[in-house]
Design a protein around this ligand. Structure first.
Ligand code: DC
Length: 220
């Protein structure tokens, strides 16, 4: 199977670029951030906040996370319900970042990700795909852009969805989340040694997709 690992900070356009590149390659696109968001949602529903001052094991033991593909589109399920839309709020982002720092949560989601990669040609994006989940991936890409550019892209997405947010809120959230993701003890966001860096700060969406495809095609 061909496994393409794409890691990088929040708002680098990973999901939209990866989704489009995967379609062109005919691979399944796996958005692993959605899995952490789903677990985060579960903890919110259980009344936890980002301090996660709760019995993590007990909640996980009573949690089922599933990933299904319909017309090539990934949907995520929490305890049997499709929560793919509910996990896209700024609050869900912060909870996702909080739960993702917990080793129990990472262990809980690891095998599901590896299984998908064993059974399919995948383009999988996240923070630790090239470093932890798929260390033997066929191609590893570290997709990034400046914080200013990333915050602007994320702001546009949220405004289009009708969220009431300002640039400063999005930027501050992003910088905080980058910090959390890069400084946590377990599976911190970092470039795998053998990853190719793709900086899309000055690229249009189409150019970013082309850049990813070029890197993949040169290596398979
Ligand atoms: O990519 P995203 O913004 O949907 O990710 C949500 C959070 O989940 C993010 O703060 C970091 C975390 N995450 C992770 O720790 N490991 C992954 N493979 C994917 C996401």
């Amino acid at each position: 199977m061909i496994n393409v690992a794409i890691d990088g900070p929040a708002g680098a356009g990973k999901s939209s670029i990866s989704r489009c590149a995967a379609k062109k390659l005919g691979y399944i696109y796996v958005d692993t951030g959605a899995l952490y968001r789903t677990v985060g949602l579960k903890f919110s529903l259980c009344g936890a906040d980002t301090s996660l001052d709760c019995d993590i094991e007990r909640i996980l033991a009573d949690t089922s996370v599933d990933i299904k593909f319909s017309n090539g589109e990934q949907r995520v399920f929490l305890d049997g319900s499709d929560v793919s839309d509910d996990i896209r709020t700024p609050q869900a982002s912060m909870m996702a970042s909080a739960v993702s720092a917990k080793p129990q949560v990472r262990a809980f989601l690891l095998e599901m990700q590896r299984k998908l990669a064993r059974e399919n040609n995948v383009l999988m994006d996240g923070r630790d795909i090239g470093t932890v989940v798929l260390p033997d991936a066929t191609v590893k890409i570290y997709l990034t852009a400046s914080a200013q550019v990333r915050a602007n892209r994320r702001l546009k997405e949220l405004l289009e969805k009708g969220e009431k947010v300002t640039f400063k809120e999005v930027y501050d959230d992003m910088v905080k989340r980058d910090y959390n993701d890069m400084h946590r003890e377990i599976a911190p966001l970092k470039k795998a040694e053998d990853a190719v860096v793709a900086d899309t700060s000055d690229c249009s969406f189409d150019e970013s997709v082309e850049l990813v495809l070029k890197i993949v095609r040169e290596r398979i």
